[in-house]
Design a protein around this ligand. Structure first.
Ligand code: ADP
Length: 483
């Protein structure tokens, strides 16, 4: 049994902007189920604290209002601490962005506070009588923790997980001075990155072990294309870096019990999906037709996800025998163009803007093909949900998509391992070709059903990933003792 402090800037269901929240809300529960003593620390955003049964935790010697709230992560036995700071976390809205869509101007101060506080907690200086063996940090918001802990005697081992290297926590030099970080850390060997303060470097440089959320992404970030300028450092530390695939919440995402679905199904009753497809077509105002291939998209409408690739081939797609339903929000220019297409071809293309959990479940259960033409994808969750729900994912061969989807080739179709359509180049032509291939394959009912069943039978559970983290924690502990 290990004591693990899991630090994150978001955790489902308390606060979520993306996949990081899903991991932070699931991995600690899976680790707890393996017998570990896990505590989560998140910023005490007002909305997150209201979403759980948080109570003040009086720390010894504390006279003023409490700085720490505590609750159990809803639906679990895992304790969560919320760090209260009215000025930094008491505001509404997005955790990282202001109403103007730009990062909050005091983000460095906000997450530096989280990091310093985590160090106090991890060093058992708050009077909680609990000292972790491992501190598991996630993304740039927690990047200073391994750096600061490095100075502590008898420190816990540190693990730093990169969920998306595109976000690095970069700030001007003045911020470094203002944060009063140890001056020797202003060095390319520590937190400096081309004359800027770089939070993520704290994690990459100082953590005992570094992970990313898929093996392919772990390899990709050591190269120029995906390394965001940190590829040199990452390849220097490659013996400490590995990829562990995210799992999925197999309870919330179970087609046999999913409360968002009008009827339930499993691998033995795939035929029932047609009824859900009809519901989905109605929801999106598309003609109800069981035969026409229904392509779907759930996700952010940003360049990372290949939204521009899809837009480029819309003129072709709108002349093909298919329907497309999309849910998402993102960059205004993409939203505007997609809305125009939906007005031009309401029989073929429908889009709903915004975040809609229920509809996302319906899409996964009723669509034929799930589109994920990402330019980069550290892990990705939707392609795993799709497979579990019998929707065939169509993905680019990148990051976690490459690790979780098996392309339909003559060989993989023959040996029954195919689960999706995979293409290589991030070009509109390659995407179009893949969609044509998918639609042709959809006509072959036997092959299609075999792909659906293979996908539905795959194990994407958190238990498998949690066991890999367990082994990694052991290695991190050995590293921390070995210096
Ligand atoms: P990322 O974290 O890069 O946005 P992931 O695929 O890893 O992408 O995770 C996205 C998560 O957010 C998934 O759980 C997905 O279903 C969900 N999601 C994204 N956009 C929407 C939306 N508009 N409505 C409902 N769920 C969404």
């Amino acid at each position: 049994m290990k004591k693990i402090l899991f630090v994150s800037s978001e955790a489902y269901p308390l606060i979520k902007t993306g996949g990081l929240a899903d991991v932070s809300g699931s991995l600690p529960i899976a680790l707890k189920a393996l017998g570990h003593d896990v505590h989560i620390l998140i910023p005490g955003y007002t909305s997150a604290m209201a979403a759980g049964d948080f109570q003040p935790l009086r720390l010894p010697g504390e006279s003023k209002s409490p700085i720490l709230l505590s609750a159990l992560l809803p639906g679990s036995e895992v304790p969560v601490y919320g760090l209260v700071h009215e000025g930094y976390f008491g505001r509404g809205g997005n955790p990282y962005l202001g109403p103007d869509g730009k990062p909050w101007p005091d983000n460095a101060e906000r997450f530096s506070l989280l990091c310093h506080f985590a160090v106090e907690l991890a060093s058992n200086r708050l009077g909680l009588d609990w000292k972790p063996d491992i501190v598991h940090c996630n993304d740039w918001q927690t990047g200073l923790i391994p750096a600061l802990l490095n100075d502590e005697p008898q420190r816990p081992a540190t693990v730093f997980t990169i969920h998306n290297l595109a976000y690095q926590g970069l700030f001007p030099r003045e911020t470094f001075v203002r944060l009063r970080l140890p001056t020797r850390y202003w060095s390319p060997l520590a937190l400096e990155f081309y004359d800027q303060l770089c939070f993520v470097k704290g994690g990459i440089t100082f953590a005992d072990r570094i992970t990313t959320v898929s093996p392919t992404y772990a390899a990709e970030i050591q190269g120029k294309e995906f390394g965001c300028g940190l590829e040199g450092l990452l390849s220097q530390r490659k013996d400490r870096l590995c990829g562990i695939l995210n799992g999925i919440d197999a309870e919330s995402w179970n087609p046999a019990t999913d409360p968002y679905l009008p009827i339930h199904f499993d691998g033995e009753s795939i035929g029932k999906r047609l009824e859900i497809k009809a519901t989905l077509q109605q929801h999106f105002g598309l003609p109800v037709n069981p035969d026409v291939p229904l392509l779907a998209w759930v996700g952010r409408l940003v360049q990372q996800k290949g939204t521009d690739l899809l837009l480029d081939i819309m003129p072709n797609l709108m002349n093909m025998p298919l329907q497309i339903s999309m849910i998402g929000s993102g960059e205004a220019r993409y939203e505007k163009s997609l809305l125009q297409w939906s007005k031009l071809f309401p029989e073929r293309f429908a889009i709903r803007f915004g975040y809609d959990e229920g509809r996302a479940h319906l899409v996964e259960a009723g669509a034929d093909i799930f589109l994920m033409p990402s330019r980069f994808e550290p892990c990705g969750l939707n392609q795993m949900y799709s497979q579990r729900y019998g929707t065939v994912p169509l993905v680019r061969h990148v990051g976690g998509l490459a690790d979780t989807v098996v392309d339909a080739t003559p060989e993989s179709l023959a040996d029954g391992t195919a689960t999706g359509i995979v293409f290589d180049e991030a070009t509109p032509d390659a995407l179009l070709e893949a969609i044509e291939r998918g639609i042709a394959l959809h006509q072959d009912r036997a092959a299609w059903e075999q792909m659906q069943k293979t996908g539905m039978g795959k194990d994407f559970s958190w238990e498998t990933s949690a066991r890999q983290y367990e082994e990694l924690y052991e290695l991190a502990l050995q590293d921390s003792l070995g210096g």
